[in-house]
Design a binder for this molecule. Structure first.
Ligand code: IVH
Length: 680
């Protein structure tokens, strides 16, 4: 219908209308093809529409728009990704593995909710979690999960995923002013295999599994590379929305669908544990016939008010659970047993295996954990063993497979000297250590790798091989030496050319002002993981304060117990660690203290609002209350601290009276906020 007009004959207003009509038409076909899998026109017809739009936009650049279908691959390569705080924490799910645990979950929910509990059942997609933010219907941001609170902005890359609407559809339901949603970016298995073949042909490292391929593709600095990777995005949760009265997860999913997002297939409703078990069994049987990876099913409470009531722990919601599938297992032969030395000096026996495919991934080594495990399982070189791979975890040798009549090798025993530095090893329980923390090259390699890892300083290009090469060539004898590396030093290492050498040096130099929490984690202090590092950084605010904190002061941080405080103190009391930190500082590394959060004067308080307020909208009041460390929930329970009674209060006021919860009016509420330091 658009073919007959010639671009050069168009007047501007006509061109504008035509451009808009073409965009609408293309969006509709994108949705039909990529989301609903129900194309109405041929590829050739689609290409013609697209081409026509592109030519018109070129001829009339004044009408270009960021949400035009032509703008999916508009972004320029970046140096690095900006960080963004999520609209709400991107929590993970608590995992369970057997029917009994599912039963207990169901019982817990029934106890809290009575018999009215209803579940939404979804496949658990094994991809990369992502947040999309739409403002007035326009996609403004896509952020990786990161540490759950802050992630990386990969908007340009996500725009290349064709099933992601750049603008929400508004036909069936008005578009909200703000929508932050959560979904999973996946790569189909067939596409993953094709990509890996291409990578191998090009002499590049293939991805270990579709999840890594999806995550790796999202983190490409050049969106043109992401555009070539066949990714898909399936949405399943809303993190924040304004102006919508959604009461159940099913309404949430309907809303997401009507705005044009693609959802996982076969989402079902369930009533009790039998439905959960049946749904789990269904997908477990289907799993190997699918073109995408799932690693379990997700069970969620449908009623959103009930979710609020159940609340969340530091890591997971109490209203949902991931019911995982049993790990896949295969049988193969142990070709040798070696010992690897990690950054903390632990000696781990590793079985070198005849390569075997376990659930789509080639496995050629598996951890044997420690001396006692090898002994208990009685694994020797030459044995036939069963290996399993459970999600992220390094493959594991489950057991030995008996072979009648086969002569076996001698029992394996742990070396008494560190294979990397020759120091005499130390035994602590079942664990064997190399005590030579500062002189052992294997420990140094591990420390460097950890220092540059994603949750630590996130130095691109500082992986296992490069860390090892830096130590072997004597270029890095302590972490601080990373910061004096120059491109010409790296040229001596295998695999480095001028460009890649410069790139690594730049990547290191860019991390001279790391966030304090990342820096702390990067130091590899025993017991200090990502979240402890963050708590320490937030509590103490500076590196000096943490280094000087006594055990009692450390234990004043919620979640830090005697074991952690001791580990931290003994790290700090070793002068060689302090020297190493001093050397980092001397090389220009300056950790940046976190922004001080408010003192949260209403920590943990739970508010419920009944009726409208004169001064605030519901969203404003929610933000305000949360900024003071308190929470808003949508139904009254015995845990509610205050019910704020506004105009025309409803049944919640009755609930409050029945449960004996304190009620206050709007003026008293404002007074309370002021006392808590709010500027209202
Ligand atoms: S809901 C607060 N639903 O599984 C609830 N997660 O640890 C947030 N995942 O990182 C998650 N499929 O990326 C949810 N249908 C689904 C999912 C799903 C996959 C991922 C998610 C998260 C992990 C759970």
């Amino acid at each position: 219908m658009y073919r007959d007009v010639r671009v050069q004959d168009l007047a501007a207003p006509e061109a504008r209308d035509l451009i808009e009509a073409l965009r609408e038409e293309i969006r509709r076909h994108d949705h039909l093809y990529y989301v609903l899998d129900r194309p109405e026109i041929s590829d050739a017809e689609y290409d013609r529409l697209f081409d026509r739009l592109r030519r018109l936009e070129e001829a009339f650049p004044q009408f270009s728009a960021p949400d035009s279908p032509t703008q999916r691959v508009g972004g320029q390569p970046r140096e690095e990704f900006p960080s963004y705080e999520h609209a709400a924490p991107m929590l993970s799910l608590e995992s369970i593995a057997d029917p009994d645990q599912a039963r207990r979950f169901d019982e817990r929910m029934r106890k809290a909710a009575g018999e009215r509990v209803r579940y939404v059942l979804e496949p658990k997609l094994d991809g990369a979690s992502i947040e999309l933010v739409y403002e007035n219907g326009m996609l403004v941001r896509a952020v990786t999960r990161g540490d759950g609170r802050v992630g990386e902005g990969v908007t340009e890359n996500v725009k290349t995923i064709r099933s992601v609407p750049l603008r929400l559809r508004s036909q069936a339901r008005p578009v909200p002013p703000l929508l932050a949603l959560r979904g999973e970016v996946i790569m189909y298995i067939s596409a993953f295999e094709k990509l890996n073949r291409k990578l191998i042909e090009a002499g590049l490292e293939p991805f270990a599994n579709p999840r890594n391929a999806a995550a790796g593709s999202l983190r490409q600095l050049d969106p043109r590379i992401t555009a070539e990777r066949p990714l898909d995005l399936l949405a399943y949760e809303i993190l924040e929305v304004t102006g919508q009265a959604l009461r159940t997860d099913r309404e949430v999913l309907d809303a997401l669908r009507s705005w044009g997002l693609k959802l996982p297939e076969k989402i079902e409703a369930g009533e009790g544990v039998d439905d959960i078990l049946e749904y789990h069994a269904h997908w477990a049987a289907e799993r190997d016939n699918l073109d995408f990876e799932i690693d379990g099913v997700v069970v969620k409470v449908d009623d959103l008010a009930l979710r609020d009531e159940l609340g969340v722990t530091a890591h997971h919601p109490r209203w949902a659970i991931a019911f995982k599938f049993p790990p896949r297992k295969e049988v193969t032969r142990v070709e040798d047993i070696m010992v690897s030395v990690g950054r903390t000096g632990v000696l781990t026996p590793v079985a070198l295996l005849r390569s075997v495919e376990v659930g789509g991934v080639t496995v050629s080594r598996a951890s044997l954990h420690n001396r006692e495990e090898v002994k208990r399982k009685d694994i020797r070189t030459g044995d036939l063993v069963r290996v399993q791979r459970a999600g992220d975890v390094i493959p594991d040798v489950v057991e030995r497979v008996e072979e009648a009549g086969r002569k076996r090798a001698e029992p394996w025993s742990m070396a008494d000297r560190c294979p990397a530095c020759g120091a005499r090893v130390v035994e602590r329980g079942p664990i064997t250590y190399c005590p030579n923390r500062f002189g052992c090259p294997a420990q140094l390699k591990g420390r460097i790798q950890h220092f540059g890892s994603k949750d630590a300083l996130d130095i691109e290009g500082l992986g296992e091989e490069t860390s090892a090469a830096l130590v072997e060539h004597g270029l890095v004898k302590e972490l601080a030496h990373l910061f004096r590396l120059r491109p010409e030093h790296l040229l001596a290492l295998e695999g480095f050319a001028e460009r890649s050498a410069q790139k690594l040096v730049d990547a290191i130099q860019r991390r001279k002002r790391p966030e304090l929490a990342r820096f702390l984690y990067a130091l590899g202090i025993p017991e200090v993981g990502v979240s402890v590092a963050r708590d320490l950084a937030e509590h103490f605010g500076s590196l000096e304060a943490i280094l000087e904190a006594s055990r009692e002061e450390l234990e004043g941080v919620p979640g830090i117990g005697p074991k952690m405080s001791e580990a931290i103190r003994s790290f700090v009391e070793d002068p060689r660690n302090i020297e190493a930190i001093g050397s980092l500082v001397a090389h220009g590394v300056q950790p940046v203290a976190p922004r001080r959060r408010g003192s949260e004067p209403l920590p943990g308080f739970k508010f419920v609002f009944s009726g409208g307020l004169a001064r605030f909208s519901r969203d404003e009041v929610k933000k305000l209350v949360e900024s003071l460390g308190a929470r808003v929930s949508s139904s009254v329970s015995a845990q509610t601290d205050y019910v704020v009674v506004g105009l025309e209060p409803g049944s919640k006021l009755d609930d409050a009276r029945r449960l004996g919860v304190k009620t206050i009016d709007e003026l008293e509420f404002i007074e309370l906020l002021r006392r808590a330091g709010a500027d209202v």
